[in-house]
Design a protein around this ligand. Sequence first.
Ligand SMILES: [Zn+2]
Length: 216
Amino acid sequence: MLTESTLNPAKAVIDEICPAGEPWMKVIRQGQVFRILDLEGNQAVDTLFYSAADREERYSAVDTIQRNRNLYLTVGTTLYSTEGNAMLTIVADTCGRHDTLGGACAQESNTVRYALEKRFMHACRDNFMQAITHHHEHGLEKRDITHNINFFMNVPVTPTGGLTFEDGISAPGKYVEMRAEMDVIVLISNCPQLNNPCNAYNPTPVRLLVWDGATA
Ligand SMILES: [Zn+2]
């Protein structure tokens, strides 16, 4: 469902660019609104959420799909945790299709999906590891890298239950916006994937904005 936001970027308390292929990690407080903006279109933004109060509680694709009764994420979708609690609610979306089935790319998946010699290319799992190493105050480890969301990625399920990685339906300036229902740690890999035609083999930067509840 396409719904535009009324929030003014000039009033955002965080307004940062995450360059193509780089990680980003921040705490978003309950009531704050978080926007991911696809600056050049068809960029996959691989994202994990953790409860800031208890990192053992984190985003669950299974609970989110089951409780929303929908495979895809858009306005009205509540993102649920492994404890069944609401973590964030999507409140605006001008793209309309976000995937939570495809997973994040890794060196291993690069060899399976593309070619053996792609193994040493940069992947989302490397970005996640880099971010949690530089933000060790959150206490996250390799084993904490679990289900993720691929914002702006179009991964339709076929009638026989298969997954296909299709061309993206996002475009320059499209965004998704969500309200935090608890204090959450956001861990992003702005996907560096150079082998997937869905981004025209061209990773691009994204813009990340946060508004306080009072100004939202
Ligand atoms: Zn990736």
